[in-house]
Design a protein around this ligand. Structure first.
Ligand SMILES: *Cc1c(COP(=O)(O)O)cnc(C)c1O
Length: 377
């Protein structure tokens, strides 16, 4: 049973995708062209962002956002100890230093109280990450950020469709990002990402940085760049072919999200009360089931058993960020962030994608039940 598969989704949306792709091919501009601009407008309408800047990955979106909000060398960004690596490596790539904070005991987002403990004299930003199927405690993060005078930038790479009090993820602070990596809720046929912001200056800077720092339209504008942004740009343009795919899939995004929620409900019903399953994801108003993650006992043994009986699962994420070898130099120790370490030890993502047959859900749950019964008996 596949963890993820979008071939059926593509067949379902192929007519629209084909039309958009043909327009790209005929238009003749295949990178940073009209289709990218069309996608940016459509995403602005979907999220409510004033500005959307399409780039070539969610990771690049984080790096360019951090540079655009004015992160300076040596300045610190508080990031959760439990997240995808890019939440912290983007800070380093943008010239800053990550400072880790633990996640909440009952969730996967940064703990606002831990942000206050982690922040010091050189801390200027905090980057909450919205993981799996729900937002971080964004009200708590905004409160602590206001008190400590920190700017909020969100790693909302997984959070398309997640809203709180009518605001879409990524727009609670200075800006956020989206990832369109194929497995994400809105996935391309390759890599793509975007910066979301309501701030015209941040948008203009990210816009310039993605395109070698160019503000103008012609090669002759190049010399103006460095004086305009003071920053060297990169090549992080989005491919129009990916924009074409995303525009087509955007039309079914809300129904895909509803289908994900339906499958998640089936999982939750079938797994309720199963011994060995410690925690099921909550269904909340902000929930979008990008992935369905449970916490279980004997996680690695269960994952090996499921793999042996043909069920693919994923572990997001086996190692907390503060214990990643690339951050050895920061001097963190094992045991410092117990909630992050708990999540790394117990979480398991089960198969979930909009066109997954409902029967697969039950087969996965049967296999999980068999595993724990076998261990007890
Ligand atoms: C996917 C993801 C990213 C990076 O996005 P890419 O498009 O893969 O570069 C960053 N942060 C989180 C939390 C993610 O899930």
């Amino acid at each position: 049973m596949s963890f993820f598969n979008q071939s059926a989704t593509f067949e379902r949306t192929w007519a629209g995708t084909r039309r958009h792709i043909l327009e790209v091919v005929e238009n003749g501009k295949y990178s940073h062209g009209a289709k990218v601009a069309e996608l940016e407008s459509a995403l602005a309408a979907y999220t409510g962002a004033r500005f959307v800047v399409g780039v070539n990955s969610g990771t690049d979106a984080l790096v360019l956002l951090l540079r655009a909000v004015g992160l300076k060398p040596g300045e610190e960004v508080v990031v959760p100890a439990f997240s995808f690596g890019a939440s912290a490596t983007s800070v380093v790539l943008a010239g800053g230093t990550p400072v880790f904070a633990d996640i909440e005991a009952d969730g996967y987002g940064i703990d606002p109280a831990a942000v206050a403990d982690a922040a010091g004299d050189r801390t200027r930003f905090v980057m909450p990450t919205h993981l799996f199927s729900r937002l971080a405690d964004i009200d708590g993060v905004l409160r602590v950020a206001r008190r400590l005078d920190l700017t909020v930038v969100e790693d909302s790479a997984e959070a398309i469709g997640m809203r709180h009090r009518g605001t879409h993820a990524g727009l609670f602070g200075a800006g956020g990002v989206l990832s369109f990596f194929p497995t994400k809720t809105l996935g391309a046929l390759g890599d793509a990402g975007a910066v979301l912001t309501d701030d015209a200056r941040i948008a203009a800077t990210a816009d310039a940085l993605r395109h070698h720092g160019r503000f103008g339209a012609t090669i002759a504008d190049f010399p103006a760049i460095s004086t305009a942004t003071g920053l060297p740009g990169v090549n992080s343009k989005m491919d129009d072919i990916q924009a074409a795919v995303l525009l087509s899939k955007l039309t079914t995004l809300d129904s895909d999200i509803a289908r994900r929620a339906e499958l998640a409900s089936r999982y939750s019903e079938a797994l309720a009360g199963v011994s060995g399953v410690r925690k099921l994801p909550e269904r909340r108003p902000d929930s979008v089931f990008y992935v369905y993650v449970v916490e279980v006992d004997a996680r690695d043994d269960l994952a090996a058993y499921l793999s042996a009986v043909g069920v693919e699962t994923e572990i997001y994420y086996p190692t907390p960020l503060h214990l990643q070898p690339c951050f050895d130099g920061l001097g963190y120790r094992k045991g410092e962030f117990p909630n992050a370490e708990r999540a790394c030890r117990h979480t398991l993502a089960l198969p979930l994608y909009p066109d997954m047959p409902a029967g697969d859900c039950y087969r996965v749950c049967d296999a999980i039940r068999d595993f724990y019964h076998g261990r007890r008996g």
